[in-house]
Unconditional design. Sequence first.
Length: 174
Amino acid sequence: MRRLLILAFISIIAFTTNAQKSASGTKRIKISVAGDIGITLGDYSAFSVLTYGGDVQGEYIVSSKFGITLSGGFVSLSNRFSEVSLPSFLPALAGARYYFLHKIYASLQAGTSFIIQPRNTKFALSTGQGNEFTFAPGIGYQFSKNLDVLFKYESSNKNGINFSFSGLRIAYVF
């Protein structure tokens, strides 16, 4: 079901991208596909050093200085110990970008992360089933029309357990 929702989200944004152009002919909607890599922080850092994943993000350009974002993705943790199974996360976030200069911007997103629990494990470090509040501030730079890099901190909390990471989102922009 989650895969179907993500596919529907991607399809709707991809369909509307070509139709959304401003009077000047520039795109009003940008779509990017990214890989994320970072250092695990918070309560999971004792069990994992590396966090990795990917996401799809849409950005609606409101003005030359401001954009509204929606994103969905997958975040996983590398595991230091084979006897401990760590959950993965599906973040669904909405937020904004403010462009300080033509290529430098600040980003802030908030939303929820759905927890995917491991199965058939000896021991699972877990926050329980369901979802958790997530926020992700960052500073980014657009190297070119198609390459966007964001240094971000992403944090999720549930039942007093914190999963967070600090790292890079390297994106190809369509």
